[in-house]
Design a protein around this ligand. Structure first.
Ligand SMILES: C[S@@+](CC[C@H](N)C(=O)[O-])C[C@H]1O[C@@H](n2cnc3c(N)ncnc32)[C@H](O)[C@@H]1O
Length: 237
């Protein structure tokens, strides 16, 4: 875990995503200026600033299970009365919210189970916008499949649409995150990977973590048309 934090501390974000796609989805959602938003699995708070631009008189609550990430998010918005950062479990986020934003984190709960858990956290007519790793093609090279073994439930767009319906939501829009959203995560991560090798010479766990990150980034560059992140906007039925 120490090696993970050496690599990941103070990175701007912890998964693919960028303000352009967030803006596109939030414009489609037409949230009120006063809306209450939950950023579920907020990591270090990468999306909070962009969320705030859509709710100039509203509020963003960020919930994150790792205290170090929550502290980083809280430090970014210290003194801002429009932002509350909580260390906690997004399965039980309180509420009620007009919109739940969840970038790259819903797979921890499972799409169907997570959406079910959020039914009582939403106001009537409330929406959820979440991203989830999906297969983009039927042909899936072995090395790409091996890379995603940690997410055995990973499916394609149709599979996510079925999970959304099973949880009692209507799918309103969906997009595939562009390469720029991946680069927003991988470019700073890669810079950190290139900076750390001197430290890794005496730290085998860190050396292994760096090798893993390098191989994950290279794999995405090779197979970026085979898998990606879908961004889904859904509403309670
Ligand atoms: C891939 S990262 C994405 C973070 C952030 N949304 C971003 O895009 O930078 C997923 C985050 O979800 C958090 N997470 C996972 N399960 C959680 C749970 N049950 N409650 C709160 N946070 C959780 C992880 O700690 C991690 O920070």
């Amino acid at each position: 875990m120490k090696a993970f934090w050496t690599l990941h501390s103070n990175l701007p974000r912890e998964g693919p995503g960028d303000a352009a796609m967030l803006d596109r989805a939030l414009r489609a959602a037409r949230v009120a200026e006063t809306a209450q938003i939950l950023d579920a699995g907020a990591g270090p708070g990468a999306d909070i600033a962009a969320l705030l631009t859509h709710v100039p008189r509203g509020h963003v609550t960020a919930i994150e299970q790792h205290a170090d990430f929550a502290r980083a998010a809280a430090a970014r918005f210290a003194g801002n009365p429009q932002v509350t950062v909580k260390t906690g479990d997004m399965a039980d986020p309180g509420g009620a919210y007009d919109l739940i934003w969840c970038a790259g984190a819903l797979y921890f709960l499972g799409v169907e189970a997570g959406l079910r858990a959020w039914r009582t956290a939403l106001r009537p007519g409330g929406q959820v916008i979440f991203s989830d790793a999906i297969w983009l093609t039927a042909a899936r090279p072995d090395e790409a499949v091996r890379n995603w073994q940690e997410y055995p439930a990973m499916t394609d767009r149709a599979g996510v649409a079925r999970a959304i319906a099973a949880a009692g939501y209507t799918l309103l829009d969906d997009w595939v995150l562009p390469d720029a959203a991946w680069e927003a995560y991988y470019t700073p991560l890669e810079a950190r990977v290139e900076m750390l090798p001197p430290q890794a010479e005496t730290d085998p766990a860190l050396a292994a973590t760096l090798a893993e990150a390098r191989s994950e980034i290279a794999l995405w560059r090779r197979h970026r048309r085979v898998f990606g992140y879908g961004l889904f906007r859904v509403r309670l039925q």
